[in-house]
Design a protein around this ligand. Structure first.
Ligand code: DAH
Length: 348
């Protein structure tokens, strides 16, 4: 009995409030472990004389309950504290600003194509796209370039084989002119721009075997060279800056008569002469002209009723000028670091 009383006294001292979790474990071992004080008292029950066994048992049970109550209380406290700490440290602070999302950037060729399209759509044109695989007729013959014509040399392209022998990869978007005129059933007016990929057997810093052009075609009953000049002057100024000067030089294209080449004052040196304009002060940007009567006829239009003007240019050249890209091959190189330079603003 005395021993129980001693252990009880000891437990009173040990059972302090707010013990740590390791202290609590030590106490469990001290009292209830294999050689714990209460465990030992339990094994001593055999030695207690019969008449005292009952009282001993009652006291011992009391002691056990005392320990267990203390233990469970403290354990619950510790668990609650740990949970609270965890919740606090893992809580999401909804007042923190969110991570910024990086928006992808459009490819410079997409940007320049959209600039062209926007401008012409604002002038009442529609965007018309033709296929990249074309027939010899559409790419050359109906554009007044019969087989064996020397103008084909500069536009040598890639040809399909075997049963597709008559097909090739178009060397110019002018093919879209032919399609648009032929598809126009009522043979009425046309006002289109046709952006797209074209192919040639070229490969160096300023020529790629695949590049992009945009073509324009206007067909109507009262179209003159003055309309062509006005349209192209406006277009060059809008795209390259209001101060840009535009000059028309006589030239030759088989599908236009008369034909012109269009130069703009160099936007790097403003016409003074630099390495970009090869010291001339001018940069050639467009080919254009009045649609050749033969082309009109071959595409189903009566040249005595309808006239038209057409123009074509390399979109890559414009992108190179506008964004200062020195080598055309980087445009098609698929290097993400190159495209990232055209990043727009981050989205919050
Ligand atoms: N197709 C010509 C080329 O690739 C460019 C061109 C010149 C287009 C005059 C035209 C034009 O529509 O009228 O070199």
């Amino acid at each position: 009995m005395n021993e129980i009383q001693n252990v009880k006294e000891l437990l009173k001292k040990d059972a302090k409030e707010n013990v740590t979790s390791s202290e609590l474990n030590e106490l469990k071992i001290k009292y209830m472990g294999k050689k714990g004080l209460i465990t030992e008292l339990q094994s001593k029950i055999k030695e207690v004389p019969n008449e005292n066994k009952k009282d001993f048992g009652i006291l011992l049970n009391e002691l056990k309950t005392e320990f267990n109550t203390f233990y469970e209380n403290e354990k619950a406290k510790i668990e609650k504290e740990t949970l609270e700490k965890k919740l606090k440290s893992e809580a999401i602070d909804i007042t923190l600003p969110s991570k910024k999302l990086k928006r992808g950037s459009l490819h410079p060729m997409t940007l320049i194509t959209e600039d062209f399209e926007d401008l012409f759509v604002s002038m009442g044109y529609t965007v018309y796209e033709g296929p990249e695989i074309e027939t010899d007729e559409n790419c050359f013959q109906k554009l007044n370039v019969p087989k064996g014509h020397p103008a084909r040399d500069a536009q040598d392209t890639f040809y399909l084989k075997d049963e597709f022998e008559n097909f090739l990869l178009r060397s110019q978007t002018s093919t879209a002119q032919v399609r648009a005129m032929e598809e126009n059933k009522d043979k009425g007016p046309i006002r289109i721009v046709c952006p797209g990929k074209v192919y040639r057997r070229d490969e160096d810093a300023t020529h790629s075997h695949q590049f992009m052009q945009i073509e324009g075609l206007v067909i109507d009953k009262d179209v003159s060279m003055a309309d062509l000049k006005g349209t192209l002057e406006l277009f060059c100024k809008k795209l390259l800056g209001e101060k840009t000067e535009v000059r028309f030089r006589p030239s030759f294209f088989p599908f236009t008569e008369p034909s012109v080449e269009v130069d703009v004052s160099c936007f790097k040196c403003a016409g003074k002469g630099c390495n970009l304009c090869k010291q001339t002060g001018w940069i050639e940007v467009l080919g254009a002209g009045m649609v050749h009567p033969n082309v009109l006829k071959m595409c189903g239009y009566d040249p005595n009723v309808y006239q038209g003007f057409a123009f074509g240019t390399g979109l890559d050249r414009f992108a190179m000028f506008k964004f200062g890209i020195p080598d055309i091959r980087t445009i098609y190189g698929n290097d993400i670091r190159f495209i990232k330079q055209f990043d727009r603003k981050d989205v919050d």
